[in-house]
Design a protein around this ligand. Structure first.
Ligand code: AMP
Ligand code: ZN
Length: 475
């Protein structure tokens, strides 16, 4: 059975959904630029979580919102003189492309905040009716934090000290809010900053606050109570605390049973973020020659509750590790010399699952995998492993890959220019121009491909990066 750390209770607890399907809500990206790989640490970890829940026999309905209206998206659109939707469309399309590159799958719905504004308005009206929200002099609507007795239960802050501390810091009547901690549910229209972007509402023109967006979309697509809510650790306070306050005051039902938070991707000990400028987008890394598979594996091999430091060297290390898996996979597929001994596949599978089911211990699961890679290679060298075991090891690799999503090599198409060279070499060989054939082979090697002459022709494949460097150095 799967157990997970729950931010709400500060404990590792069995994950037991309320119904036959687990309802999972993930806070998605703010679509004002390309997401960086820090953002993708959270999204890959959430994808791994979903896969582990499903492998435990529990189907998941996952919803991930797209924040397509907030200060940043509005500023971006207005600076470029574009309609908000047209502007955010660009980054939503890019985000979906990046998800495909990283094999982040299985999200049932990606609601856009701007499509859910009527539900947000309905929630705000309910909160006003129940006395949890009020309209201030600036015409914005605020949530009254001190009215919700359980405020602070997720981030474990003391509500009283929060309310009192905030009031001490700034003189109260400099603000239109009743209390400095109160947060906006609806932001009144301000032509200077908002330009042409606003929605009509019973409270006047304006736009929703960020927190109400998630409460409304979670409710629209999953209902008032969900099993698990996910996001990066920076969202615990105030975003998720505020989501709880809004949803629970509106529905008088627990909002989420389980809270899953992913630690940050760091660069030199600091959070990777757009504001610090210390970030790489996935596209930056692809341009540097890395693959989505390598980035996914880099993220997957860490523990989601530990900070992960990003370096290009670390990513290269992952590439080497994956190459060892590729080699083993190829060896097994080719059918290496078999022996008599059986390999304990069931034990390895059990250890792998045990690691994942204990709060997603992916570092341990990867250790189980790499121990197996080492032992199987040794067994194959010694021609010890039985044909049946070899088949079962291959099946096990497939099962591991169904969770990790980064074990199986993606077959890249061979470029036409390389295929032309292969054909030219074949022709030279047929015509017994062996010197020419060797020259072409050399050229192919320098371009990063390897040839293998087999009985009915020539096989061509991409060389390992280390071999490419060697060939280039000789040149
Ligand atoms: P945003 O696009 O800023 O709304 O963030 C999308 C998601 O990425 C949120 O769940 C954030 O908590 C998460 N996030 C942002 N920066 C990082 C980081 N450096 N490491 C891990 N997650 C992050
Ligand atoms: Zn959210």
């Amino acid at each position: 059975m799967l157990s997970l750390y729950n931010t709400l209770t500060c404990q590792i607890e069995p994950f037991k959904p309320m119904g036959p399907k687990a309802k999972m809500y993930s806070c998605g990206p703010t679509v004002y630029g390309y997401a960086h790989i820090g953002n993708f640490r959270t999204f890959v970890s959430t994808d791994l979580l979903r896969r582990v829940i499903e492998v435990n026999g529990i189907p998941v309905t996952q919803v991930m919102n797209l924040t397509d209206v907030d200060d940043k998206t509005m500023k971006g659109a207005n600076d470029r003189g574009m309609p908000l939707r047209e502007y955010t469309d660009i980054y939503i399309e890019a985000f979906f492309e990046d998800l495909r590159t990283l094999k982040i799958e299985g999200v049932a719905r990606f609601p856009r905040a701007t499509d859910a504004i009527p539900s947000m308005i309905r929630m705000i009206e309910k909160l006003i009716d129940k006395g949890y929200a009020y309209q201030a002099d600036d015409k914005s609507i605020y949530f009254r934090v001190h009215a919700f007795k359980e405020y602070g239960k997720l981030s474990h802050i003391d509500r009283q000290s929060l309310v009192a501390g905030a009031s001490e810091r700034v003189h109260q009547d400099e603000y239109t809010k009743d209390n400095l901690c109160d947060f906006a549910l609806w932001k009144a229209y301000d032509q200077k900053t908002d330009g042409p972007i606003f929605w009509q509402s019973p409270f006047g023109p304006g736009r929703p606050g960020w927190h109400i967006e998630c409460s409304a979309m979670a409710q629209d697509f999953l209902g008032p109570s969900i099993d698990i809510h996910c996001g990066g650790i920076d969202l615990v306070f105030p975003h998720h605390e505020n989501e709880i306050a809004q949803s629970e005051c509106c529905n008088h039902a627990p909002f989420a049973t389980h809270w899953f938070h992913v630690e940050h991707l760091h660069v030199d000990g600091k959070k990777m973020s757009k504001s610090l400028g210390n970030f790489y987008t996935l596209r930056d890394l692809i341009e540097k020659g890395f693959s989505g598979r390598e980035v996914r594996a880099f993220i997957a091999q860490s523990h989601y509750r530990m900070p992960l430091n990003f370096t290009l060297e670390g990513l290269k290390g992952v590439r080497q590790a994956l190459f060892r898996v590729d080699q083993l996979w190829d060896r097994l597929e080719l059918g290496a010399d078999a022996g008599e001994e059986n390999f304990n596949v069931d034990q390895i599978h059990a250890s792998f699952m045990e690691a994942l089911n204990h709060d997603l211990n992916f570092p341990k699961a990867f250790a189980v995998l790499f121990d197996m890679v080492r032992d199987v290679n040794k067994g194959l060298d010694q021609k010890k492993i039985s044909k049946e075991s070899q088949k079962r090891i291959l099946e096990l690799l497939e099962r591991f890959d169904a969770i990790l999503g980064c074990l199986k090599k993606e077959e890249e198409p061979i470029p036409g220019s390389i295929l032309d060279l292969v054909e030219a070499r074949q022709k030279a060989r047929k015509e017994r121009r062996f010197q020419d054939a060797d020259k072409i082979r050399n050229e192919i090697t320098l371009l990063g491909y390897e040839l293998e002459d087999v009985t009915n022709g020539t096989k061509v494949k991409k060389s390992h990066p280390c071999n490419i460097q060697k060939s280039t150095a000789i040149d």
